[in-house]
Design a protein around this ligand. Structure first.
Ligand code: PHE
Length: 453
């Protein structure tokens, strides 16, 4: 039976029907990769932080990952039926407390504290998700915000600062096809004048462009690395004969419940567009809830650190960030972006697991969704992933849905997943993999009531 209380980070919480956190998740709670010196996540954080200096921006790197549903969702205007609130997507400690799913959970509190014109938060965030080389249930984000009281600062003063920021990014190629706001899909807020909103949007965009330029021009050129084997090549990565083409970014319209207008920023990197961050002009009601004057206006952004660090350092698997193997940890130097040198890749093993979901499926019911259908409890795919993570931990590289069908007579739903076992640090023995896989079958039977086929 589940215990009725749970102790996390020195506090005790009652558990209830919403509780879905597991020991494999809580084990990550105080690891703080963003603060570990010479860790790629921390190096990436520092690089971004240096673009938002104090005293204009206060830096918050130690905020607790346990927040209320009010902080994570309500304060930001998430509707009560927003999918992000589902137990299948979010780690609940109980009905009122979650592991933050994003650093935006701290916006209201930091606007309230109003220490400085702007703030920056770096933190671990938690989401239930698929298992593959770019998804891990714990990752890191940075949130930034900058505000002005238009009763005290003129739009011209904002524009002056923006002009300075633009001078830093002259070499960047920027594609920005849409006007800063328009009624259909990216509206101006009723409390804002178009001049002020355009000025704040431009300040936001130029600020983030300067971050991207700084980050991506600090990345070592992998082709120069490849040349390093030839005896004649110089060891300096910047001595590559062809100059790097100009860096390209583009602004794409987006939607977030807590900003309007909203955008995503993408960078063109090695032949494809890579989504980097979300941002926008903060919804005015959040600022008034923070007791700021109605003449206040602010932008905010949120950026994921793993995705950027994977690209900058050339790290191929997100699990590596959690490795304590010194062949990983000893490679990095605080303040420097260096190319990750892969230690030999150890062989992987594929094992299929096929099972019947509990209950049958009623006639005519769609079987393609994540639920098992009528008769049994609904099984969300993330529930299956969670059990695989609990048993397999970081030995599971990815999990693929290989096959699913419904038996024509019994109407039972069958699933087959292919689990890819691979250690980043050693060769797994087949006994070890067999034992893990047997443990996984048992756990799926016990937790979800599936019948192994
Ligand atoms: N919190 C959003 C996310 O995690 C990102 C975001 C932050 C968007 C701030 C707008 C403003 O996707």
């Amino acid at each position: 039976a589940t215990p009725t209380t749970i102790s996390l980070l020195g506090r005790t919480y009652p558990t209830d029907g919403w509780t879905n956190i597991t020991p494999s998740i809580t084990a990550h709670l105080s690891q703080n990769l963003h603060l570990q010196p010479s860790h790629p996540i921390s190096i990436t954080r520092s690089l971004i932080e240096s673009r938002f200096p104090s005293p204009t921006y206060t830096h918050h790197n130690h905020l607790s990952p346990i927040v209320t549903t009010a902080q994570n969702f309500d304060s930001l205007g998430f509707p009560s039926d927003h999918p992000g609130r589902a137990r299948s997507d979010t780690y609940y400690i109980n009905a009122g407390h979650v592991l933050r799913t994003h650093t935006s959970a701290h916006q209201l509190d930091l606007f309230k504290a109003n220490h400085a014109p702007g703030f920056l938060v770096s933190a671990d965030v938690y989401r239930r998700d698929a298992i593959d080389r770019s998804h891990y249930p714990v990752f890191h984000q940075m949130e930034g915000a900058r505000g002005w009281d238009l009763a005290k600062t003129s739009v011209a003063e904002i524009n002056d600062e923006t002009e300075y920021l633009a001078s830093l990014t002259a070499s960047l190629q920027v594609e920005d096809l849409h006007p800063p706001f328009h009624e259909q899909t990216n509206p101006l807020q009723p409390q804002h004048s178009s001049e002020a909103a355009a000025a704040v949007a431009a300040h936001l965009k130029r600020s983030l462009e300067s971050v991207v330029l700084a980050l991506f021009t600090s990345a070592p050129n992998p082709d120069a690395d490849a040349d390093a084997d030839s005896p004649s090549s110089s060891s300096s990565s910047s001595s590559s004969s062809t100059p790097a083409p100009p860096l390209k970014v583009r602004w794409v319209e987006a939607y977030f419940p807590f900003t309007s207008p909203s955008w995503e920023l993408e960078v063109f990197w090695r032949g494809s567009w890579l989504e980097l961050l979300g941002c926008g002009i903060v919804q005015h009601p959040i600022l008034t809830a923070a007791n700021l004057p109605s003449s206040h206006i602010s932008w905010a952004f949120g950026v994921g650190l793993e995705r950027i660090a994977m690209v900058l350092f050339g790290i191929p698997d997100i699990r590596l960030f959690w490795s304590t193997d010194d062949r990983f940890t000893a490679q990095f130097i605080q303040g420097e972006v260096t190319r990750f040198i892969e230690f030999s890749k150890f062989p992987g093993t594929l094992r299929d697991i096929a099972f019947w979901l509990p209950g049958g499926v009623e006639d005519g019911e769609d079987t393609g969704g994540a639920n098992s259908g009528a008769g049994g409890p609904a099984v969300h795919e993330n529930d299956i992933m969670e059990i695989i993570r609990n048993v397999g931990g970081d030995l599971v590289e990815d999990v693929l849905l290989k096959d699913q069908f419904t038996h024509p007579k019994t109407k039972r739903a069958s699933r087959c997943y292919r689990v890819h076992y691979r250690s980043l640090e050693r060769t797994l023995t087949s006994e070890e993999v067999n034992a893990k896989h047997a443990e996984l079958e048992k756990a799926l039977k016990e937790a979800l009531g599936v019948e192994i086929r």
